[in-house]
Ligand binder design. Structure first.
Ligand SMILES: NC(=O)c1ccc[n+]([C@@H]2O[C@H](COP(=O)([O-])OP(=O)(O)OC[C@H]3O[C@@H](n4cnc5c(N)ncnc54)[C@H](O)[C@@H]3O)[C@@H](O)[C@H]2O)c1
Length: 312
């Protein structure tokens, strides 16, 4: 017990807390130095010619040696950062994606598989089990934005596609993975929902319906699988800094006839922390949930969004 206490004290002494300061965005340090602190400007209303305000982040210093992790849609975006993060923590990621070139560039083991098709999700889980020799963590990440339009203008096929990729794929992967997680003596399922899974989101009815569905699926599976030691949680990201949010802001600014800086300010005003989040913030939450430090957490819908108060 005393030795454990000393180890914790040593680890704490080594851990450097993140620093908040006003500065220009430095070169991204991730993932070359997994313990590096990335410092970004905050509490400013930035012009998009400058870097947007984002929260400072330190990569979570957890060790996940040998953890076998399957992640959908992980050749780029948040999924890629999660795969890199798990690997940096010592885990073994196995990924799938529909983008063959990005899959090859990612450097992760995995295969081409479309989340829109149940058979391909089952094939992905089977391949992950064969490659990793079992499974400890399933991250259901693949998701598409779907149409932005009033409901009368959304064709049923568009709704079906969003539900297939953003919700049903999570069901199919979990269904196929659960026997392996049981065989491993327990594990963790992490589903990517969205702030659109906690607020209504006008003009995005298929996406919001799917992301609320993810929360319902998460809470239900947590109850079903808890006795087997399988924890199931959802992460609800807010606006994630990067090219995607920059494009969204530019389009909204154009539609509203205002400047990009003004639209950025509106977007930031929706979050109490007046900041965007980063893919690394999302990845760190996934690492925490998959680690022994998340051992008591299941059935939760965890917002990682700077405390959004409304959708914009
Ligand atoms: N980026 C954000 O601001 C944000 C906010 C809230 C929630 N989310 C959720 O987080 C998850 C990841 O988002 P992201 O921004 O990284 O997405 P993204 O659009 O960057 O895509 C990530 C990856 O998924 C792959 N993909 C797309 N369709 C696929 C399919 N049918 N089958 C397999 N792979 C497919 C893409 O090729 C890409 O490599 C999604 O579920 C998304 O809804 C994102």
């Amino acid at each position: 017990m005393r030795a454990h206490g000393a180890n914790v004290a040593r680890r704490r002494a080594r851990f450097k807390p993140p620093v908040r300061r006003r500065a220009n965005l430095p070169a991204r340090l991730w993932p070359a130095d997994p313990l590096a602190t990335t410092i970004r400007p905050n509490n400013e209303v930035p012009a998009m010619t400058k870097s947007p305000s984002v929260l400072p982040v330190t990569v979570l210093p957890v060790t996940l040696g040998g953890l076998r992790v399957a992640i959908t849609g992980a050749a780029s975006g948040i999924g890629r950062v999660m795969a890199d993060s798990f690997r940096a923590a010592g885990a073994q990621p196995f990924i799938c994606d529909v983008d063959e070139a990005a899959l090859a560039r990612s450097g992760h083991a995995g295969l081409l598989a479309d989340a829109a098709r149940s058979s391909e999700m089952e094939r992905f889980i089977d391949a992950a089990l064969a490659a990793l020799g079992g499974l400890d963590v399933l991250v259901n990440n693949a998701g598409i934005a779907g149409p932005t339009a009033p409901i009368e203008e959304i064709v049923p096929e568009a709704l079906e596609r969003v539900l297939a990729i953003d919700l049903k794929a999570m069901f199919h992967c979990a269904r196929r993975a659960v026997p392996a997680l049981r065989a491993a003596g327990g594990g963790s399922i992490i589903n990517l929902s969205s702030a659109a899974g906690r607020f209504g989101f006008a003009l995005r009815s298929p996406y919001a319906a799917a992301k609320w569905g993810v929360v319902g699926l998460t809470k239900t599976l947590a109850i079903e699988l808890g006795p087997a030691g399988i924890r199931v949680n959802a992460i609800l990201p807010g606006a994630v800094a990067g090219p995607r949010i920059e494009a969204v802001i530019a389009a909204k600014a154009k539609a509203a006839g205002i400047s990009i800086a003004e639209q950025t300010a509106r977007q930031l005003a929706a979050a109490s922390l007046r900041a965007f989040v980063t893919a690394e913030d999302i990845a760190n939450t996934a690492l925490f949930l998959a680690s022994p430090f998340g051992a008591a957490i299941s059935g939760q819908a965890i917002a990682v969004d700077g405390d959004l108060q409304y959708m914009i």
